[in-house]
Design a protein around this ligand. Structure first.
Ligand SMILES: [Zn+2]
Length: 299
């Protein structure tokens, strides 16, 4: 990933409408969103479809992506706290990148659009079905439910300082999309599909008016019938110094039953207390979240 610039692309066709502000690579080891955006802006420039409003594609952690690392000094998806933004201190590489991204977003003020939407593109360290993670504030969840993938609500409330918190706080509507594993080719395809769907819904892009097959958007739409919204009901935090081993074979979102052996911590078995779904089972060495438990919610 060389010659990266902050702005990946800007596209409009002269009609008033909504802003769609898309970020990729907020984590430098997650280039899939950036790659999908580069491709999409090439297609938009070539085909010049009519849209309402404007789409802006932005690179997240420029330096970290180019160095192939998650971050330089600190996680760019933890810096967006009210305190940091008020203090305006650029005492880490990531805070400089954060204020630069904010200055880009500030070029597209609320008053110039009917509504402002965001989409923040990520990938995960372990294998997973693509899913939306939504902070349940404003109309974020209503908006997320227009899209066909699984939706997790309440996960982003466990952590602080995410870019989607900032965007929601200043009045934008949107969510985070986790497209799959970092180095899986399918992750780029899922981002491609999700970004086109977001353009369709936020900026009235007409797929039929374009000479492009939108295969990945169609593939995502096939998930519509199995779409579910989940809520986090439990986080298994690992006590520091403890030895935690997940039982093998659990996939993200897999159904689990009450009484099922999930993991061992310092040899003590941990049995499921729930008929539910498991989320982010820890199979790496690092981390202090052993697993999460999800319950399906009706809305
Ligand atoms: Zn990420």
């Amino acid at each position: 990933m060389k010659n990266l610039t902050r702005i990946i692309g800007i596209y409009e066709s002269g009609n008033k409408g909504n802003l769609l502000f898309i970020t990729g690579g907020i984590h430098g080891n997650e280039p899939a969103g950036v790659l999908a955006l580069q491709r999409i802006f090439k297609i938009l420039a070539k085909e010049k479809p009519e849209i309402k409003g404007k789409v802006v594609g932005v690179t997240g952690n420029l330096k970290a992506i180019q160095e192939g690392v998650r971050f330089i000094d600190e996680d760019l998806n933890r810096t967006w706290t009210e305190g940091n933004i008020r203090a305006k201190t650029e005492n880490s590489h990531e805070k400089k990148e954060m204020f630069d991204i904010i200055s880009v977003l500030n070029r597209y003020p609320e008053k110039e659009f009917n509504k402002r939407y965001f989409l923040d593109c990520h990938t995960t360290s372990s294998r997973t079905e693509p899913y939306i993670s939504v902070q349940d504030v404003n109309d974020n969840l209503d908006w997320a439910q227009h899209f066909p993938t699984y939706i997790i609500r309440g996960f982003s409330d466990i952590v602080e300082g995410c870019i989607d918190h900032y965007e929601s706080r200043i009045g934008l509507t949107g969510f985070v999309f986790e497209a799959g594993q970092h180095d899986d080719k399918k992750s780029i395809q899922h981002h491609d599909g999700m970004i086109w769907l977001a353009l369709q819904k936020a900026c009235d892009l007409d797929f039929d008016a374009m000479d492009y097959d939108f295969q990945y958007a169609k593939d995502l739409n096939e998930r519509r019938s199995s779409q579910k919204t989940f809520e986090i009901v439990y986080r298994h935090g690992i006590e520091s110094g403890n030895d935690f081993t997940m039982e093998p074979g659990f996939d993200n979102f897999q159904k689990i039953k009450k009484g099922e052996l999930l993991a061992r911590e310092n040899e003590e078995p941990i049995y499921s207390k729930w008929n539910a779904h498991i989320f982010m089972p820890l199979y790496q060495k690092q981390g202090d979240d052993g697993f999460f438990i999800l319950k399906e919610v009706s809305r």
